[in-house]
Each structure stands twice: as C-alpha cells, then as structure tokens.
Design a protein around this ligand. Structure first.
Ligand code: ADP
Ligand code: GLC
Length: 472
C-alpha cells in the first residue's frame, strides 16, 4: 500500500527561513510523520533562502494565478533535505522582500496579496498532485480550507493548526476583491472581522479539523483574555478544536553531553566566549524574539534586581527596537549581564547547553519550544504558568520518579514581583546542589521528542481520511 500523501504548508521552515517556533515545528513534525505518510513540505522561496547551499532547483512547473483580473506567474522549486521533500513557491510578489513578513514593528502592507497568492499556489499543488491531506499552519496558509470549500472537485481534507492566535492576518476590506474572493465571504461566519477581513477565520471556519499547540492554550483561546477577539468564533467551532503539544527534534537539539559533568564543560566554554566570570554562579539565559508576548516588560523590570545577585545572565534575541535598547542599557550597566543581538541558531544551542536556568515569563504561550529545549539540555525553566508552559513544566517540588514531565519553577501572577519571587527560589535552589542536580538529571532523561504528539496528529489524519473515503 502506498503511503497517504500529505502536503504540509508553512510560511517558515527551518533551516530555510526561521523567525520562531513555527519553523522548528515545520521542520520536525514532518520528519516525525514521514515513516507513515508520504509528506511534502511547502513554503515560499524567499530571496533570503540560499538556493545553492540547499540545492534548490526548478521543477519546471509553471502556472499563473489570477486574482482580481491580474495574472501572477508562479514557479515551483524543490529539494530533498535530510530525507524530506520540500516544495517552494516562487513568485516575485511573495518572495522578493527583505523580511519574511515585514520589519519587526509591522507587516508589509500587501501581505494579503502575497500570502493570498501563496494559498492559491498551494491549492494548485493539491489539485495537481492529489494529496489526501493538507496540513495548514497559521494565517499565512489559512485560506486554503476556504478555497477547497470553493472548489469541490478537489477531495483533499484539511487540518489547520493555530500556532499563535495573536497574529491573524487581518486586512482592509479592499483586499477581499484583490485576492479574488467573492463578497459572500464577507460575513461573520467567514472572513468578516470588525469590518475587515481575517485570514485566520477562514482556517477555523472551513478546515475539517483545527488544532493548536497545547491542550491548555486550546482552552484559553475560548476566553476573552486569550482569544484575541476570536473566542466566540472559536467556541462556535469548538467541536473540531483540540490541543496537541509540540515536541522538539532531538537530533537537531542534541546536547553535546549526557551527564551533568559534561554540562559544566559547556558552561565554562560559553562563559569564556561571552566574557562572563564565575563558573560556580548560576547562569540565567533568555533566548527569544523581543516582543510583547514574551513578557519583555516583566523581564526588563526584573533583570536589574536579579543582576545584583551572585549570578550571570545571558540574553540572545532580536525584535522590537525599544526592548533592544532597554536591554542594552541593562547590559551596559551590569558586568554580569551579556546581550547578544540577532538570530544565531548555533549560539542558541551553546547557550542552552550552558544554562542553569531559562527565563520565560511569557504573557501567553501557545506551546513554547525554548522551555523544552532548555530542559532537554539540563536547565530548569522559570515560566509564567500559561498555555504550553503550564502543560510542559511541572513545579520542581512535585518532581518525583513517577513524573514524565520536565521540571522547573512556575509563577502564576502576571507581574515582575511574582517573577522575581520565582527567580529568588531558583537562586536558593541552586545552592542546594543535591536537589538541583537531581532535577537537572530528571529533565535530561525526559522525552521531549515528537513520539507521542506525532501519534496524535496521525490519529487526526486518519479520522479525516476516513471522512474523505466515506464521501467518495
Ligand atoms: P516563538 O515561536 O513564539 O518565537 P518558541 O519557544 O516556540 O517561541 O520557539 C522559539 C524558537 O526560536 C526556539 O527554537 C528558540 O531557541 C529560537 N530562537 C528564538 N530567538 C532566537 C535567536 N535570536 N537566535 C536563535 N534562536 C532563537
Ligand atoms: C508560536 C508560539 C509558540 C509555539 C510556536 C510553535 O510562535 O508563539 O508558543 O511554540 O508557535 O508552535
């Protein structure tokens, strides 16, 4: 029996383009599903992608997409990377840009057109290659289920995964016509959102199943506090919504050690690299996009106090200028705070390997991968108890031989004092080497891979494949 064909679509996929965890998931989940499904991954061929390095070549597939009477030429490229087959959509409008979505503070004005085009290209591929399942991710591919609903000759079933409800792809009404969609979709049950159009709503309304990346976030987004205005709409579609936790690819995130002694070597090397002093002091690490979601304000308020303690702090990230300049000021004033600005995958791995604690005070967190990576590398995350952070990090005091979850420190109240209290507990815990080491060892033995969650996705795929067969 040939394996069922799946097309997995995302706007970013590691190692080709990455701005956050979506790229990690789009890299690692297809790898975990690959033994059961004939899975292709599709993304835009941004100009920033190195075609030579990845041997990305034209597949000689050309077609034109019409939106509002304008014809847009599209070319499909492909490559094989680590056993997975990748498809790339090339169209100048979509790809010839400096950033994936726009500069840090705002998206490109014509993103509706750019990603509208991407969605049509995906549908053309589904039609041509007879995929049984389309797995769409976030707003950038959320129109596909609507387009499939429009074209009933294509039998592909769809899974829509919400990685972050804070980004919905909301555009002026003007773009409805520009992306070639009928006004019949400008209703509350479809794209209309406060007189604008909302791509995310199309995925929620028309996909056969909707998932998000942790069970807790699946519940949170049904409430006004986390629903970003879509809580009512999600509630309407609650029956097809579920939460499946992300995993990490443990081949890619592989600590260069498998016991605590080895971790000490990594820590020493990193401290030297960063010009930080004191191997015996706890090292707190923060690796993230500098954006509101990540609790930057709590972090910036708390850091100067933490810096007074006997410890080192290392920060890696990029994003909003305001946060960057505030962090820079803190690093300039404190010799024990080191700031690396930019995106650097290899450096992030060295920092996880060196870290004793990871700071993750996110205001909301659909799943979060940094805390999983940190625990896998033997660090204890200090997290705000929301979304995937609540689902994946168990308070260290509850850590026993039975628990399969990783452990760290959690705080519930969304303020810098609660965060500082958890950090103070961490400082105390670090002095109690026996207990601290036990938790490090526990975390390093936990399974953060995709094993369990890939099974959950397979079950969903099978459920909707059956639906497809019954309809044929
Ligand atoms: P989000 O997707 O919201 O940014 P996640 O925790 O799910 O958050 O995933 C973030 C991913 O991006 C992790 O793999 C993290 O290590 C990585 N990352 C974030 N910022 C940087 C950076 N500046 N350099 C390297 N890796 C980074
Ligand atoms: C989003 C979320 C993050 C999640 C990632 C991958 O960027 O912010 O919590 O881990 O997507 O699903």
């Amino acid at each position: 029996m040939p394996k069922p064909k799946v097309l997995f679509a995302a706007s970013e996929v590691y190692p080709f383009a990455k701005s956050g965890g979506l790229a990690d998931v789009a890299y690692s989940l297809p790898r975990a599903l690959h033994s059961t499904y004939d899975i292709d991954v599709v993304m835009p061929l941004y100009t920033s992608i190195n075609r030579e390095k990845f041997v990305i070549e034209s597949l000689d597939e050309y077609f034109e997409i019409e939106m509002d009477g304008v014809l847009y030429p599209v070319e499909i490229y492909g490559c094989k990377y680590e056993g997975i087959s990748y498809r790339f959509v090339y169209a100048p409008l979509l790809c010839e840009r400096e950033f994936l979505y726009g500069p840090p503070e705002c998206g490109y004005e014509d993103n509706a057109l750019r990603f509208g085009l991407f969605n049509y290209a995906i549908v053309a591929m589904l039609q041509k290659n007879n995929y049984e399942i389309a797995h769409l991710n976030d707003w950038q591919s959320a129109l596909v289920p609507l387009l499939l609903n429009e074209n009933k000759t294509i039998k592909t079933k769809s899974v829509f995964t919400i990685h972050n409800l804070a980004y919905q792809g909301v555009f002026d009404f003007f773009y409805l016509q520009k992306i070639g969609l009928d006004e019949k979709y400008f209703i509350l049950d479809a794209l209309e959102f406060y007189s604008q159009i909302n791509f995310m709503k199309a995925g929620i309304a028309y996909a056969d199943v909707v998932t998000t990346v942790s069970p807790k976030y699946a519940k949170e987004i049904l409430t006004p506090a986390f629903g970003c205005g879509l809580e009512g709409f999600l509630k309407l579609h609650e029956k097809k919504l579920s939460g499946i936790l992300n995993g990490i690819d443990t081949d890619h995130f592989a600590p260069p050690f498998n016991e605590i002694k080895g971790k000490a070597v990594s820590k020493k090397a990193y401290l030297k690299e960063a010009g930080l002093k004191g191997v015996s002091k706890p090292l707190f690490v923060f690796v993230s996009r500098f954006t509101w979601q990540k609790g930057m304000d709590l972090l910036i308020e708390m850091l100067p106090k933490l810096a007074l303690a006997e410890c080192n702090i290392a920060i890696l990230g990029e994003g909003e200028e305001l946060y960057h300049s505030k962090l820079k000021a803190i690093a300039n004033e404190n010799a024990n705070v080191h700031l690396s600005f930019g995106y650097d995958e290899a450096l992030s791995h060295r920092m996880y390997a060196a870290a004793d604690f990871l700071l993750m005070p996110s205001l909301f967190e659909p799943c979060g991968l940094s805390q999983l990576i940190a625990m896998h590398y033997g660090a204890l995350p200090i997290v705000h108890k929301v979304g995937g952070l609540a689902d994946t990090v168990l308070e260290y005091k509850k850590c026993d031989s039975e628990t399969k979850k990783g452990c760290g420190l959690t705080f519930s109240k969304e303020n810098a004092a609660a965060f500082m209290k958890a950090v103070n507990t961490a400082l105390e815990l670090y002095k109690n080497k026996r207990t601290y080491n036990k938790i490090v060892q526990h975390n390093m033995l936990c399974d953060f891979s995709w094993n369990t969650s890939a099974k959950s996705y397979s079950e969903l795929y099978e459920k909707i494949r059956q639906k497809r067969d019954n309809h044929e």
